[in-house]
Design a protein around this ligand. Structure first.
Ligand SMILES: Nc1ncnc2c1ncn2[C@@H]1O[C@H](COP(=O)(O)OP(=O)(O)OP(=O)(O)O)[C@@H](O)[C@H]1O
Length: 156
């Protein structure tokens, strides 16, 4: 199970000042900015149509994962996302990115759900922060079909 896909070797830099950079930060004293678009894509993104009601389900599924050995809960990750420059996608965004979880974009299936090819827009540091498109893998968790994870960039 790869609810969260973290990899080694991310390049980050710390910068002082009021947050206003990519990833939706704002008002923080210290922000961590991901300087590599690839690194950005490797960061965690999670979406749920109903965070509150699904939290316990999500926590129990993800905390059982060996990949998540530090046992961070869903809200803990969300609260840290600014410091890590993580981006949270809405369920609607991931649904749209995969064209409604189209069967035509299905690229695999695991025990926790199907994986779809998708395209998201990401801030591109090499293009003055303007958005560019990135191919990603999106998993729709199969408990009730109302959760989805964008858990890594696409390997094809
Ligand atoms: N980043 C990716 N790029 C391309 N294909 C992917 C990617 N991630 C997953 N897939 C495809 O989706 C399939 C299922 O991946 P997944 O990570 O869900 O497998 P799993 O770890 O066995 O699942 P689970 O943990 O739910 O049992 C993979 O075998 C692969 O074909």
């Amino acid at each position: 199970m790869k609810c969260f896909h973290f990899t080694n070797g991310e390049r980050r830099e710390e910068e002082e000042g009021v947050g206003g950079g990519g990833g939706g930060s704002g008002g923080s004293d210290v922000v961590s900015r991901v300087v590599s678009r690839v690194s950005w894509a490797r960061s965690l993104s999670v979406a749920s149509s109903s965070v509150d009601t699904r939290r316990s389900e999500f926590d129990s599924e993800c905390n059982s994962s060996r990949d998540l050995s530090d046992s961070l809960g869903f809200y803990e990750l969300l609260s840290q996302r600014r410091a890590n420059d993580l981006r949270v996608f809405t369920f609607a965004e991931l649904k749209s990115a995969s064209r409604g979880f189209s069967r035509a974009l299905l690229i695999g299936e695991g025990g926790f759900g199907c994986v779809y090819r998708g395209v998201v827009r990401v801030p591109d540091d090499e293009n003055d922060g303007l958005d560019s498109k990135m191919d990603v893998a999106i998993k729709q968790l199969n408990r009730h079909g109302f959760q989805a994870c964008l858990f890594s960039f696409l390997f094809l």
